[in-house]
Design a binder for this molecule. Structure first.
Ligand code: PLP
Length: 406
């Protein structure tokens, strides 16, 4: 079991007083996690001791910065068990990773005859890039539906796949429903049909143990800030044989071998996809965050968050007229709900007045809202540092809010 009391000491922000007086209860971790002090220290250490541009310099400072930057790549590789560091591309986050893949895969592998499948439970960042790419490249986009429990109708996937299907892009964990999709069997089915698979790991990277070789996904993407790392850094993991065939995304410095007035030859992977000066400090911070999570113990974190989710679900089920969206038995890390006719925004506002931070709205997953014919939900989401006591405070605040609003 985790020593949550000790862990909380690593996260200075948890001591913040809301409006200078109320203790903060932070239950919005699916939006972003707080950062441990070691990550914050790594950022200031970089700017205090190491700041130089990477890869380009012959001078000592630049080579130091480059070593730390490439160490972060190795730490990411190790954390998701990628075969080599060349499989790891740094981006600004999941959104940029998915835009990169949508654009470069379209250019490199798709044509007007191709079909791409996503699901109806995707975050907008795994929908809109496909809409944009579709406009340019004219492929057909299909959706796997989900049922009222919030589970993908995976039996429909076999019917959706045709000889024209080239790619499936799917979230590992729904940021709204909490459903953990059975991606291993889905990937197997896709590969039997020569369909590539992208996994959106924005919500799974902090809440499941990820082994990209065991999953055998072709691509896996995530954001650092959802796994205790700084904002502005993200990752694309890709299989070497695919990345090597893919056209670059952004053009600029670093991603070239040679440029003349008439032509460019591109650099090797992963640098081919990393044009321009990267966010070096944030990248180093990501490496430190992943090491921190490993040290705390990924399996212990998963068990603790699972316990918190079940504890909160049981307590929420005692509330009259509550509807919980996402009832899968295979679920993780967040709970979406509505109480009677109370508007999600009103409820969130009154909780905030009591120091409790949850998220309200459509969670950038409007097709999920359309499925249930609602505008939005209230969502609480957990991290390693949350406690049962915080859920109790949330419940008391919730009961007060309901009494005020009903
Ligand atoms: N995909 C999922 C499932 C998410 O939950 C999110 C963010 O909440 C994203 C993609 C986008 O992540 P970011 O805003 O860090 O790029």
């Amino acid at each position: 079991m985790l020593d949550v009391k000790e862990i909380r000491k690593d996260f200075p922000l948890l001591e913040t007083k809301v409006r200078d007086k109320l203790p903060l209860v932070y239950l919005d971790n699916a939006a972003t996690t707080q950062k441990p002090k070691c990550v914050i220290d790594a950022l200031s250490d970089y700017y205090l001791r190491l700041n130089a541009n990477v890869h380009r310099g012959v001078h000592w400072l630049s080579s130091q910065a480059t070593d730390y930057f490439e160490l972060a790549r190795e730490r990411v590789r190790d954390f998701i068990n990628a075969p080599k560091t060349e499989n790891i591309i740094f981006t600004r986050g999941t959104t940029e990773s998915l835009n990169l893949l949508a654009e470069t895969i379209s250019i490199s592998f798709l044509d007007e005859d191709s079909e791409v499948i996503i699901s109806e439970m995707e975050h907008h960042s795994n929908i809109v890039p496909w809409h944009i790419a579709q406009k340019k490249h004219k492929f057909k986009l299909k959706y796997i539906p989900f049922n009222d429990k919030g589970e993908l109708e995976t039996e429909q996937l076999q019917n959706l796949i045709t000889p024209k299907t080239k790619l499936l892009s799917l979230t590992h964990i729904s940021n709204t429903l909490g459903t953990i999709n059975p991606i291993k069997s889905i990937i197997e089915l896709c590969h039997k049909n020569n369909v590539m698979v992208i996994i959106d790991g924005a919500q799974s990277i902090a809440h499941l143990s990820i082994d990209v070789q065991d999953l055998d996904c072709d691509f896996y993407v995530f954001s650092g800030h959802k796994v205790y790392a700084p904002m502005g850094i993200g990752v694309v993991y890709g299989k070497k044989e695919l990345l090597e065939k893919m056209y670059p995304y952004h053009g600029g410095g670093e991603m070239i071998k040679e440029v003349s007035m008439t032509a460019t030859t591109f650099n090797d992977i992963p640098y081919r996809f990393e044009a321009g000066t990267p966010s070096v400090a944030d990248t180093i911070g990501l490496g430190v965050a992943l090491e921190y999570l490993k040290k705390v113990g990924v399996q212990d974190v998963i068990a603790w968050e699972d316990h918190l989710m079940h504890y909160a679900t049981e307590r929420l089920q005692t509330i009259e007229n509550i509807r919980i969206f996402g009832q899968s038995n295979n679920k993780s890390s967040c709970i979406s709900f509505l109480v009677g006719n109370i508007h999600h925004f009103d409820l969130g506002t009154i909780l905030d007045m009591q120091g409790v931070a949850i998220r309200t709205g459509h969670h950038c997953a409007q097709p999920v809202m359309q499925h249930y014919h609602i505008e939005g939900t209230d969502r609480l989401s957990f991290a390693m540092y949350n406690t049962e006591q915080e859920i109790d405070i949330f419940m008391t605040a919730l009961q007060k809010a309901i009494a005020m609003l009903q």
